[in-house]
Design a protein around this ligand. Structure first.
Ligand SMILES: *Cc1c(COP(=O)(O)O)cnc(C)c1O
Length: 354
């Protein structure tokens, strides 16, 4: 039976990417060798790395604008500290929109003064704070663009002279934004781009070289830039598979094309959440994420029935995060409209049955 995978991460990727990546594990490009047994210094892999870096910049509209793309290791969680290590000289601002922001704040505090510019903690992060002032003397201002756990997404970013840093792990490549507003963007691959194991970093080079401290090589953006993202052995399979997904996205028509599909998928699930009296949305309507829809059952007694119906329909990975409860449907780029419709059908069936 076809599975509809709503997992929040690691997550669904396009079927054709799975197919091509698995072929390459056995025999890369008819070389008789696996992609994971060839040298990362070989022309084959150097070409893959270069294509991946170029595609990332191209799809985000960042080519020729002073940015470098890196594929690093250690997950977005390492970027929490690496960003601060490389950029925080005296004071940084953070907008706290959920658990991932809080983790980033905790790491940054190791390196300097951290000011929480705004927070939605007062309502268990079910909305995006708005209307705050951005102090002019910050080294940078940090955002989490999409709050994977709570199902909120930032729609507007301020125009300011303060460099913007953004964790886009769960919505990169999903919607059009002026990405050149940001001086540093990072995203763990496993939400919308590839398997776990690599993290995409987009950095404006003029942001670097401003802190006094010594930065260890592995955590120094400048070192990775200088080595073309090959300072040490890169996670070759994760980079290769991410490159395949970026190729897939380009062929599809890029971010503009996928955004349209993502909006349709989101509209379909949210209208069911709003119209079906058995369900209640978690996030404030104007801040709802197009990637992760969070919702709960009005009557928890129906949980067992609904869960069984989901299993029956091949629906996987819809359980909510423990800090929200209920359900979370993650609808990343590779998820089809058909899969969202399958979940909506089950929600409708529950209403007819109850
Ligand atoms: C999943 C996630 C992370 C953590 O990523 P790791 O690669 O596991 O370190 C950070 N930020 C956001 C927004 C996420 O969704």
């Amino acid at each position: 039976m076809k599975k509809h995978n709503f997992s929040a991460g690691p997550c669904i990727l396009p079927q054709e990417v799975f197919k091509e990546a698995s072929d390459a594990i056995l025999n890369y490009n008819n070389s008789g060798l696996s992609i994971i047994e060839i040298s990362h210094r070989s022309k084959d892999f150097v070409d893959i790395m270069e294509e991946a870096r170029t595609l990332a910049l191209e799809l985000l509209g960042l080519e020729g604008k002073g940015y470098k793309a890196l594929f690093l290791q250690g997950g977005a969680s390492t970027q929490f500290l690496m960003a601060a290590y490389n950029l925080l000289q005296s004071k940084a601002g953070y907008v706290n929109t959920g658990s991932w922001s809080e983790k980033a704040i905790k790491e940054a505090k190791l390196f300097g003064e951290v000011i929480e510019i705004a927070s939605s903690k007062d309502a268990n992060f079910n909305y995006i704070p708005k209307g705050y002032e951005v102090p002019a003397d910050l080294d940078y201002l940090h955002y989490t663009s999409n709050n994977t756990i709570f199902g909120t997404q930032i729609k507007d970013f301020p125009t300011t002279n303060v460099p913007l840093v953004c964790d886009m792990s769960s919505d990169i490549f999903s919607r059009q934004l002026d990405f050149s507003k940001f001086s540093l963007i990072y995203a763990g691959a496993q939400k919308n781009m590839g398997p776990a194991g690599t993290t995409l970093v987009l950095i404006k080079e003029d942001l670097l070289g401003k802190v006094q401290r010594q930065v260890p090589s592995m955590l120094d953006y400048q070192v990775h830039i200088g080595k073309g993202s090959m300072f040490n052995t890169p996670p070759v399979f994760a980079v290769y598979t991410s490159m395949l997904t970026l190729r897939w996205l380009k062929k599809l028509g890029g971010i503009e094309a996928i955004e349209e599909v993502n909006e349709k998928k989101a509209k379909l699930i949210y209208s069911e959440i709003d119209l079906n009296p058995l369900f209640k949305g978690f996030a404030a309507k104007e801040d709802r994420s197009n990637m992760n829809a969070t919702f709960t059952l009005v009557n928890e007694d129906l949980k067992e029935t609904f869960d069984a119906m989901c299993v029956e329909a091949g629906i996987n990975g819809v359980n909510g995060h423990r800090s929200v409860g209920g359900y979370r449907a993650s609808m990343y780029n590779a998820m089809t409209m058909e899969s969202v419709a399958a979940l909506v059908d089950v929600m409708g069936d529950l209403e007819r049955k109850a």
